[in-house]
Structures are given as C-alpha cells and as structure tokens.
Design a protein around this ligand. Structure first.
Ligand SMILES: [Zn+2]
Length: 255
C-alpha cells in the first residue's frame, strides 16, 4: 500500500518536473549536434533520453571545482550522456549517489600503495573522471565536452564512469553489475577479457582501449563506452561481448 502511494507520489513529482523544467529546445539540439552518438538514435530513444536527462538534472547536484561555473550547457551535456546507459534500466539504477563534481580539465590525484614489505610508495595518477561508491562522480569538462570527437576511438568519460556506478550498485566493483546472473555473466565476460588481454600483450590493435586489461571492472567500463559510441566496431570484434552488453542494457546501438 505504502509502496503504491510512494510510486504515485513520485510519478506526480516527475510529471511536474518534466512540465515545469524541460530542457530548452535550443540547448537539446546543441547537445545532439555535439554528440553524434546521441543524435543517431531513433526519435523515440531521443525523446526518452531527453525526459530522463530532465529528471536526472532535478535529482542530481552539480558542483564546479577550481572555479568552474556549472552552466546549463555543462549540466545537460553530462545528463544526456549519463542517461544513455540507463535508457531502459531507468534512473533508479543511479539512486546510490547525488553529487557530480566537474573539473575544468584532468585532475592529478596523489596515490599511495603499500608493497609486500610494508613500504608505502607515492605516485601521481592523472584522471579524466572517477566514480566512488555512494558518490560523488568526478568528471573533467574538457573530456566531456570533446566526447563527440573522441567517440571516433571509442572514448567516453561519462559513460565510463557511469558504467562503474552501475557496476558498484551491488557494493562491488568487479565487472558484474547487479541484476545479472553472476555465473552466466562471467562465463561470457571472462573469456572475452582473457582473449582481449592476450591481444593486448601481443600488441594487436583492439577496438577497446588497452586500459581495459587492468581488470574486469575496467573491462566492463571500457566495453560500455565502445558499446554506446562505436557499437558497430565492438559488435564485429567481440560479438559475444556485444550481445552480453545488449542483454544487460536492453539496447542495440548498432542495430
Ligand atoms: Zn575506470
């Protein structure tokens, strides 16, 4: 009873948001023009994406770092790309976090690791984005903005980080998102990963960035980028992996 009451209330709230705070036509057209992998989706997908992005903007909190002002252009560019993976899954998949921190460019993070002898080593890591369980999601605006061009080589920082968010939905960053049959999922993902790592070691050209060889979590995130921005290439090189992602995301971007 309470559940039904709650979902009715939520539906009313969403309808009000869509009516009162729609993404303006001009800004939506600009966003589609900037990101061809969004523009080439069907009219139905685009309209659904616009609605989801509108609700996403109402639910999430954007913060600019290093003096970066969060303009409507920045917020809509991120919302539209972040909502692409959950077009069929719905925004509940992102319920575990609220904050999105946008930096003007890449960020250098100071890291430390302890070796087997207990000695702590420090190193710097350059990040275009980062997702943590419970949030916030960090993104470099430079990388977000140029995602139309970088799609040519399958790179998309927003989809990458939000794939991590989905993966961590069950509290584990292990390349197995919640809601899938773990054994069945791994029976496809593992061989695809092993095969990919071999190809990287042998120095072959791959559709996926070699960074995907870091681990199953990165493999899932990088494969998700390619699935949405260079779907045809991924489908040709890794058909089983493509079908796996198709079943999870309930979309066929190459179709
Ligand atoms: Zn990653």
């Amino acid at each position: 009873m309470l559940d039904r009451w709650w979902s009715t209330l939520r539906k009313m709230r969403d309808e009000r948001t869509l009516k009162r705070r729609p993404i303006p036509d001009a800004l939506w057209e600009l966003t589609l023009a900037r990101y061809p992998f969004l523009a080439r989706r069907s009219a139905e997908d685009r309209s659904q994406l616009r609605e989801l992005a509108t609700l996403f903007l109402a639910q999430k909190e954007f913060t600019g770092a290093q003096g970066l002002p969060i303009t409507d252009e920045i917020a809509v560019a991120i919302a539209a790309q972040a909502c692409l993976p959950v077009l069929r899954l719905g925004l509940d998949a992102y319920a575990g976090f609220v904050g999105i921190v946008v930096h003007p460019d890449e960020v250098v993070a100071r890291r430390e690791v302890m070796d087997d002898d207990g000695v702590v080593h420090h190193y710097d890591e350059t990040l275009a984005g980062e997702a943590m369980e419970g949030g916030p999601v960090m993104l470099s605006w430079y990388d977000v903005e140029s995602a139309g061009e970088s799609a040519e080589w399958g790179y998309n920082v927003v989809i990458h980080e939000f794939a991590h968010v989905l993966d961590m939905g069950d509290g584990r960053a292990d390349g197995v998102p919640p809601g899938v049959h773990r054994e069945r999922w791994l029976s496809v993902l593992m061989p695809a990963f092993d095969n990919f790592c071999e190809r990287v070691v042998c120095g072959y050209e791959t559709v996926l960035d070699p960074y995907a060889a870091e681990g199953l979590d990165e493999f899932f995130a990088v494969a998700s980028e390619s699935f949405f921005v260079t779907p045809q290439a991924l489908k040709e090189e890794q058909p089983a992996l493509y079908r796996l992602l198709m079943s999870y995301y309930r979309q066929d971007p190459a179709g």
